[in-house]
Design a protein around this ligand. Structure first.
Ligand SMILES: [Zn+2]
Length: 471
């Protein structure tokens, strides 16, 4: 879908802060307990819903379940639930309500039971009537949040906490705990990477496979080297774990090559647990490295240009299909969805404009010099020569240039080719009429439009939904 997102500078925006949590030993134990207990309650509620529906078609909602949960907390067998703070359980029941709403609306599959060891967050909402959070001051190392049942948790303060704080989600990554704090009513200036005018009017961004991003100004951001070595180490640890697990299965008299009978629990030895912890810690590290690289790349992109052109990728389809594992992994490394998300919100903070190019636009196959489409181009062809004009192309550079051009064309004429700019169309008139979305850049955009004689591409699909332009 092609769309030009309008520039928006709302008085307050919503955002999340992520900070490392340093729980005390006691708090660490309580948090681990809460993770297990919320998983237990999710599964209990899911079983209650399913059995009530099977019995007489009753659809239990979260209010009914919340009432039952109060009884469950008082029951002798499950009295341990009563020792834990109530709030995360309310949140988990609501999460399940949402999951069911999505299921009934056919947006999602039937909610599933949660397995042990699959990490999920524990959420607390902030009570607006009392001051639960000590935001810390400029230059201070810590912020503190007071949560029911847990007491005061220390947060490593990495930036100013602005706006009205709504909720705190605590999540374990490896051995470390992180808090994700949502806030609304945050002033854009408080979080914009920069509000200075951009150096460039337009920039095309292609999500590379070998590189994280390839930009139309010739810059490339390679995937961080730390990622590759960590991934190699991860494979080693995982193999190690599988060997340990197979040995444990053999000790229990099972054949590790055959699927285990349902309900089998493999005894986890201390050594296995240590390997598990290593794997989790490495996953956390890989995530941190990747996130860091993405944030640097996206902040840089948003600083650099006033209009940012991106490709609308069918991210999921790309990660799922397309065969080879190394290819899937490189797609996951590039994290196109996350890249797009970061660019979008940072652009909004900084008052930049985003132009999303239709996913059917052949950005890789089109020659950026003459506009001919090379239909024979395959996925692993990194370089190619245009059969029409003879220009040699680097696959990714060429795609980035095309994305920039097509994105710019969409801004100039949001409806797909409705008498807009054609290869030989009257550019100046269109530019005059349409490029009003960006007063501060009108002139430079127009210059670029004219200089480039614009887009040779004519989209195949002329669907009515294809070109919702909001400019
Ligand atoms: Zn050509």
């Amino acid at each position: 879908m092609s769309a030009v997102l309008p520039v928006e500078n709302p008085p307050g925006i919503e955002r999340a802060y992520r900070m490392r949590v340093y729980p005390t030993r006691v708090q660490g134990r309580q948090l681990a307990q809460l993770v297990g207990a919320t998983r237990f309650v999710w599964n209990w509620a899911l079983a209650r819903r399913s059995s009530a529906y099977r019995a007489d078609g009753t659809k239990l909602n979260w209010i009914a379940l919340s009432r039952e949960f109060t009884q469950l907390r008082a029951a002798p067998d499950t009295a341990w639930l009563g020792d834990l703070p109530r709030e995360p359980f309310n949140q988990i029941l609501r999460d399940q309500e949402r999951a069911f709403a999505a299921f009934f609306a056919k947006r999602a599959k039937y909610p599933r039971f949660r397995r042990r060891g699959v990490p999920h967050g524990i959420r607390f909402t902030m009570d607006q009537r009392r001051e639960q959070l000590d935001r810390g001051e400029e230059g201070k190392r810590w912020a503190r949040v007071n949560l029911p049942g847990l007491g005061t948790l220390k947060l490593r303060r990495t930036e100013e906490l602005a706006g009205r704080l709504r909720s705190v989600t605590l999540r374990r990554e490896g051995q470390a705990w992180y808090a994700s704090i949502t806030a609304d009513g945050v002033q854009a200036q408080a979080c914009a990477p920069t509000c200075a005018p951009a150096a460039r009017a337009v920039l095309g961004v292609d999500v590379g496979l070998k590189d994280l991003v390839v930009r139309s100004d010739g810059q490339r951001v390679p995937a961080p080297a730390a990622l590759r070595s960590s991934l190699a180490r991860l494979r080693r640890y995982q193999r190690h774990y599988v060997r340990q697990r197979d040995a444990a299965a053999r000790r229990q008299g099972l054949d590790p090559a055959a699927p285990f009978p349902k309900g089998t629990r493999i005894q986890v030895s201390n050594r296995m647990r240590r390997t598990q912890q290593r794997v989790a810690a490495l996953h956390a590290r890989i995530g941190a490295v990747r996130r860091e690289a993405l944030h640097r790349a996206t902040t840089d992109i948003v600083r650099c240009a006033q209009v940012i052109c991106l490709e609308d990728l069918a991210v999921k389809a790309m990660a799922r299909g397309m065969g080879r594992r190394s290819f899937r992994r490189s797609v996951a490394n590039a994290a196109p969805g996350e890249l797009r998300r970061q660019i979008t919100y940072k652009a909004q903070w900084a008052g930049r404009q985003i132009s999303v190019v239709d996913r059917w636009y052949p950005s890789s196959k089109t020659c950026s010099a003459c506009g001919a489409v090379n239909k024979a181009l395959t996925l692993n062809q990194r370089r190619w020569t245009c059969a029409v004009c003879g220009t040699e192309h680097d696959r990714d550079d060429n795609a980035a240039t095309n994305i920039e051009r097509e994105g710019l064309r969409l801004i100039a004429s949001p409806t797909p080719m409705s008498g807009g700019i054609d290869a030989r169309g009257d550019l100046s008139a269109v530019a005059e009429a349409q490029v009003i979305a960006l007063p501060q850049h009108r002139r430079s955009l127009k210059r670029e439009l004219v200089a480039r004689r614009c887009a040779p591409h004519r989209p195949k699909r002329r669907s009515g939904t294809g070109g919702k332009g909001g400019a």
